[in-house]
Design a protein around this ligand. Sequence first.
Ligand code: MG
Length: 159
Amino acid sequence: MTHVGIGYDVHQLVEGRKLILGGVEIAHTKGLDGHSDADVLMHAICDAVLGALGERDIGTFFPNTDPRWHNAPSKIFLQEAARQVSFRGGKIINIDATLIGEEPKIKPHIDGMKFQIAEALGLNPSRVGVKATTNERMGFIGRGEGIAAMAVASVDLPE
Ligand code: MG
């Protein structure tokens, strides 16, 4: 049976933080604020995978009050989501995701992100879609106050 899940996340852009998106460090004047490395793209994908399993969100597995996850690379969250899939005898079919932000330019980093995400989930990069768009300068994203991500995951699970 094919199951689908969705994920959404947003983090604030602040000074004095590294910008990590899809496991790739991107040179920028600001980075995303959060307890972990605040990789908004990996967080949305993690929730999509967990959602396809009927599980709760990433925060249930990795509470932001737990010092173990302070500045943690979000790759470990994805690895855990993939482990939850295998544990049920399932297989991730594909992932698709969109980043929404005004700056910086994402295009040069897309292949790197696909590679990092695919590696964390044990997939071929061709099964991971990463796209980027702006918010046409509207709202908090348009003002550059944060970056959002949405994702879907398709997972094959035994009946
Ligand atoms: Mg998050």
